[in-house]
Ligand binder design. Sequence first.
Ligand SMILES: *Cc1c(COP(=O)(O)O)cnc(C)c1O
Length: 362
Amino acid sequence: MATMIKISDPIIEQEEVNAVVRVLKSGTLARGEETKNFEEAFSEFCGVSHSIATSNGTTALHTTLLANGITNGEVISPSFSFAASANSILHAGAKPVFVDVNYDDFCINLDDVEKKITGNTKAIVAVHLYGQMCDMKRLENICEEHGLVLIEDACQAHGAEFSGKHAGSFGTGCFSFYATKNMTTGEGGMITTGDDAVAEEARKIINHGSTVAYDNKILGYNFRMTEMQAAIGSAQLMKINGFNAARIRNAAVLSELLSDAEGIELPAVMPGRKHVFHQYTIKVSEGKRQKVINELKNNNIGYGIYYPKPIHMQELYLNLGYKDLLPVSERLSEEVLSLPIHPRVTEDDLGRIAQCVKAAMR
Ligand SMILES: *Cc1c(COP(=O)(O)O)cnc(C)c1O
């Protein structure tokens, strides 16, 4: 049997191993220079003035909502995403208001956003799904017009750009460094912002409400990153542009190979955007997806369905009553199929993947 092609495969090399060993031997395992250095390097990468490292992407989102003063009211977010996008809204004490996504770029549908803004709306969480940013120009205008906080769930979009500006530099940005993301610290997260007050508040919230030791101003949490994670993060950050370039190259090759495949829609890269392909996601016409999956399985090729159930259809959220009201999200959950394009995937692998997809669709 041909070797397994995994859907994701973190790249941990000697630099990361050395970094962790260095930290372990230093004796400072938390709240030290490594975290500070990683935060500074990440700010430079995104083009923002502040970055605050957190324990994961979910706590970055939760903290971001609280740091922007959102503890009640409504927060608009897409249903076609990972559950953390909405769970963090509940964690903060607000109510998620689900909107649909666009069929072409999988991003938040801004016509639907405009319809769902009420007097209680506090913020919009835009998810840069699969590594491609939303229409930030129009989204910024909407937020400005209605006085809403703009939050970017950039957990899949490290290094993505809109009009040459990085993800995380438009609103308050939230990143994840989970093992499968474009760069990883195992578990980990980051908040990015250009707003001094939001940054200061976020620093308090992740550290039991204090910036000065044992002076607790507000109810906070322990959402801090460890020094080991930060050291891995700094090593990964040195390589993220190369990782992304490999993903983009692999995506282009796969799209070329699949250009004559029948019955599938290839991922679209919208003009003016840099798509960093956290996932390469095709749409397979109804009924055929399982056939493609079977073919991939038989040939030892990994795949993913992100996400098989939109958030509004999850048991936790059914009582909000959105069933049948977000048709694009519901349709996409039945059609999407992600194929491996991470930096370890080779040209031969891409050939194997394309062959399988085409064989199943014939
Ligand atoms: C990964 C992810 C998160 C959550 O990040 P964790 O680090 O796993 O907590 C949130 N939103 C999206 C879109 C993600 O992909």
